[in-house]
Design a protein around this ligand. Structure first.
Ligand SMILES: C[S@@+](CC[C@H](N)C(=O)[O-])C[C@H]1O[C@@H](n2cnc3c(N)ncnc32)[C@H](O)[C@@H]1O
Length: 338
């Protein structure tokens, strides 16, 4: 398929680098043939790198993010067809994990039963790539039905925002899409996701580990680091942990090494940078509104390499308040190991 026709689908991942992915990948050193995207999130940078012909290894500690990479980065050709859809949407809603644990917490009981049915049916698909793609489309449906697109809101607030009359009176928007079915959203997004799957003739790989267990073990020319930005809204388990629980049908604990606490994050950055000697280049994304500052980061990095180049770009995140508009700078630290 012609490269310009391949598009990253609507994933809607908080903290995604979709609008910056071209800039980031255009700044990858030209002699690099492979990249390890160690905090891959929604996968926008991995996807761009795959498009550019690099061999990509994507990793994220959240299972749903791993499945995004499994279906869009590692997977080169498998898509969902009519038979698969027949299987996913067959049968009657069942009382499973979501119904028992999250009725009237994140979704209405009947909706939880639908999710439980689809979860069971997806397991019957005949390949791991199809299973990953189907779960990623269910994620997309769950996100579309959830006000603010994250799973750390109270039920009272969720119900209120899903009330179309209230929403219209208050915000002049009905947000009717919150009340469409999971199946509706799944089918609405299906062709966009199916069409996003392509082969770059490389053996790409998706992983689901704490990055601190992989450093040095994964070989690549570049390690790209896009950690949660400390001091910003960055509780990724809070945003998406529910989807991981749905996938595994069991309650889970938030993950460690999450870059939420300021003091701990300083130690984590040091630990991270201390283990990158096996990579020719390490490239770190950060910005001017997070902690530690650019200067403090340089101080830590320079314990391990003196070859640091920092480039920056104006960038406004969607959630940024008006007061901060145009003051945001996105940084790219390009570090070379001697
Ligand atoms: C800023 S987001 C990455 C966004 C991504 N570049 C994109 O474009 O969507 C940071 C990611 O790091 C993941 N993460 C946080 N701590 C981690 C850890 N210790 N090991 C691996 N992944 C981690 C989070 O789950 C989250 O998806």
């Amino acid at each position: 398929m012609e490269n310009s026709k391949i598009h990253f689908p609507k994933v809607n991942f908080i903290g995604n680098k979709e609008k910056l992915a071209d800039w980031i990948c255009d700044n990858f050193p030209k002699d690099a043939e492979s990249v390890f995207d160690a905090f891959s999130g929604g996968g926008s940078v991995s996807y761009r790198a795959k498009k550019n012909g690099l061999r990509v290894i994507s990793n994220d500690i959240l299972k749903i993010n791993y499945l995004l990479a499994k279906s869009l980065i590692e997977n080169n050709k498998e898509t969902l067809n009519e038979n698969d859809l027949g299987l996913i949407f067959s049968g009657r809603p069942v009382k499973g994990f979501m119904y028992k644990n999250y009725s009237d917490i994140y979704f209405y009981p009947e909706e939880c039963k639908e999710l439980d049915l689809y979860r069971r049916n997806i397991e019957k698909l005949d390949s791991d790539y199809k299973k990953a793609l189907a779960l990623v489309l269910i994620r997309r449906s769950m996100i579309r039905k959830m006000p603010y697109s994250r799973f750390n809101l109270d039920w009272d607030k969720i119900k209120l925002l899903r009330d179309e009359d209230y929403s219209y009176k208050k915000y002049k928007r009905k947000r009717a899409y919150h009340n469409k079915s999971f199946k509706f959203h799944f089918l609405e997004n299906l062709s966009e996701y199916n069409n996003a799957i392509f082969d770059n003739n490389k053996k790409n790989k998706a992983m689901n580990k704490d990055v601190f267990n992989l450093l040095g073990k994964i070989k690549a020319d570049i390690i790209y680091l896009d950690p949660p930005y400390t001091g910003t809204m960055n509780n990724y388990y809070g945003f998406y942990g529910l989807v991981d629980e749905y996938i595994d049908s069991k309650k889970k604990k938030p993950f460690e090494n999450n870059f939420i606490d300021k003091e701990k994050s300083l130690l984590l950055f040091d630990k991270l940078f201390s283990r990158l000697s096996g990579y020719k280049y390490w490239i770190l994304s950060y910005n001017n509104n997070s902690y530690p500052s650019k200067e403090e980061l340089v101080k830590i990095i320079s314990k391990y390499s003196k070859d640091i180049n920092i480039i920056e770009k104006k960038h406004n995140y969607k959630i940024t308040g008006k007061a901060k508009k145009n003051k945001n700078r996105e940084y790219l630290f390009i570090v070379r190991n001697k």
